[in-house]
Design a protein. Structure first.
Length: 136
């Protein structure tokens, strides 16, 4: 039987995003990309998405060539074993960690800056309309 490649991308989020915002709990999330050599991409994708859903996760993209999953970060240790069991070979596996709190702070700061700019621009426009001298 011909073997094919299945691309998998996972994002592992802290169990509670509210805890991450309040300063308690983990604020790291992990992004994992893997390429697996599998006999049947559809069957492998179905099994991996079912495994993810059983652990409290879900999939965001599921096609014949690509599978994108969201999984609680606490299940990271189990992932490598599952990927190896589901494939005849793991061709590529890369993992990056990001600080969710840092991302939230940057987003909040950008939003505040945009709100200030909007208030300033609307204030100028309103003043021009209110204090405009009539044309002769």
């Amino acid at each position: 039987m011909k073997k094919s490649i299945l691309l998998i991308s996972l994002i592992l989020l802290p169990l509670s995003l509210i805890a991450a915002q309040s300063g308690t709990g983990s604020t790291l999330y992990h992004e994992i990309n893997a390429r697996l050599m599998v006999k049947d991409r559809r069957i492998a994708g179905d099994r991996l998405s079912a495994w993810c859903e059983n652990l409290g996760g879900y999939y965001t993209v599921k096609s014949q060539d690509h599978l994108s999953l969201r999984l609680p970060a606490e299940k990271l240790e189990e992932l490598t074993a599952v990927l190896e069991a589901e494939s005849s070979e793991v061709l590529d596996y890369s993992r990056n960690a990001f600080d969710l709190k840092e991302d939230l702070m940057m987003s909040a700061s950008a939003l505040e800056a945009r709100e200030e700019l909007l208030e300033r621009n609307l204030g100028r426009r309103l003043r021009r309309r209110l204090f405009r001298t009539p044309r002769k």
